[in-house]
Ligand binder design. Structure first.
Ligand code: CTP
Length: 405
């Protein structure tokens, strides 16, 4: 694939030398487009030697081949690393008075941006607004990390490590094998109100479900993400033109939002941790210890959302060939017992695939990493995956595609 690496003028430019090397090692053709300022940090000979391609910053070079648009048109991916506050602002505004600017305007390829700047500049409302604009256009933002900055300061603004940027870049080259599919994904954990200030909840952060939605959108699907109490930092990953976020607080909200989305969904993934029970009544006023109102809370069972969706499908109320996937977090240490429970759960819920994750101290809730086994028809383990939640999401969609009629 042809990758353009845009480099803007920050000290982190030296780290992009390693990034270019990683992309080439992964088998891609890389053209580096530095800004004038970037060349003050790392010179053109370095970029040319490392990429084995000519380097220019000007729109006036190689005019015969309309290089100022040709690079963008021919690119399968554009990565901007480091992206300074200035370059990010120019991207948001569509300014094109250098080769990097024209390349970015001329491309329809995925764009990955790795910001690098001082913490104050990163936190400035102008930069944050520009980042939001880029995200809404589908640009992927990698980092910045929190750490030591030039001049001895520290805080958010440090460019992510080349390995992390390369991983995001390679993920952006994902095949569009889910194009044409509509997916409804639930994520997060429900909160069942006890009174105006208390609730029954769980530790699901929503990371896995958001990664599933994002993977689907990156691979071309149109996604409705039913988001149950997901923090803004986690939900930021769902900012994508093909993801529509529907907030849902309780199990009843999830049931309603998923019920609506399921009517047109080719694939349903219930990754949300839905409370099995809710308080029989949610008090209108805050309960107090006086009178013992908090000693016992009467619970009533919630509807099993995914089993309900499977029942609707059985009665013909869903698009033909709809695939339904459930999740199960199990803490049983014995793998065979975990699988046996997963098989029973899949049958009981009437779903096609059930992804079991081992929720322990190292995996599952509130963790960046996850490990799942995916149980399919006849209880066979059709796939297993361990690693980042994004890796798990990729394996899940592969299994879904394989299971579809
Ligand atoms: N789920 C659901 N509605 C509920 C509870 C769970 O749709 N009221 C879905 C979850 O989104 C997830 C799967 O069912 O996909 C998880 O089921 P889980 O709660 O682990 O299974 P249960 O059938 O409740 O069994 P357990 O006794 O193990 O809790």
């Amino acid at each position: 694939m042809d990758i353009v690496v845009g480099v803007s003028g920050g000290i982190a430019a030296y780290k992009s030398v390693a990034l270019v090397r990683l992309l080439i090692k992964a088998g891609h053709e890389v053209t580096v487009v530095p800004t004038e300022d970037a060349l003050r940090f790392v010179g053109a000979p370095t970029w040319e030697a490392i990429s084995r391609n000519p380097v220019t910053t000007s729109v006036h070079d190689d005019v015969a081949r309309v290089r100022h648009v040709a690079l963008g048109q021919g690119a399968d991916l554009v990565v901007v690393a480091p992206a300074t506050a200035n370059t990010i602002a120019r991207m948001a505004a569509g300014i094109a008075d250098n080769l990097l600017g024209t390349t970015l305007l001329a491309t329809t390829a995925p764009v990955v941006v790795a910001p690098a700047m001082h913490a104050e500049m990163w936190q400035h409302p102008a930069t944050q607004a520009n980042i939001r604009t880029l995200r809404e256009r589908g640009v992927r933002i990698v980092g910045p990390a929190d750490g030591e900055l030039a001049g001895g300061d520290s805080g958010p603004g440090r460019m992510s490590e080349p390995e992390e940027i390369a991983e995001a870049a390679l993920a952006a080259l994902a095949p569009q094998d889910l194009a044409g599919l509509t997916a409804a994904v639930s994520a997060g954990g429900t909160r069942e109100p006890i009174d105006p200030v208390r609730f029954l909840g769980n530790r699901s952060s929503g990371r896995q479900g958001v990664a599933i939605a994002r993977e689907a959108a990156d691979r071309g699907a149109e996604v409705t993400l039913v988001a149950a109490n997901i923090g803004a930092d986690v939900l930021a990953d769902a900012a994508h033109p093909r993801i529509r976020v529907v907030p849902a607080a309780t199990a009843a909200d999830v049931a309603e939002a998923m019920g609506t989305a399921a009517r047109t969904a080719d694939v349903i993934v219930m990754a949300a941790a839905v409370a099995d029970y809710r308080p029989a009544t949610a008090a209108a006023q805050k309960l107090t210890k006086e009178g013992g109102a908090l000693e016992r809370i009467e619970l009533v069972e919630n509807e099993d959302v995914v089993a309900g969706l499977a029942a609707v499908r059985s009665s013909g109320g869903a698009p033909a060939g709809q695939t339904i996937v459930a999740f199960a977090a199990e803490t049983l240490p014995d793998p065979a017992e975990r699988l046996a429970r997963a098989r029973r759960k899949r049958e009981r819920k009437g779903v096609d695939l059930l992804a079991v994750n081992h929720a322990d101290a190292d995996h599952g809730f509130e963790r960046a990493d996850n490990a799942v086994e995916i149980v399919g028809a006849d209880g066979a383990v059709v796939a297993s995956a361990a690693g980042s939640k994004r890796d798990v999401a990729a394996a899940l969609w592969d299994a879904i595609l394989a299971a579809r009629p």
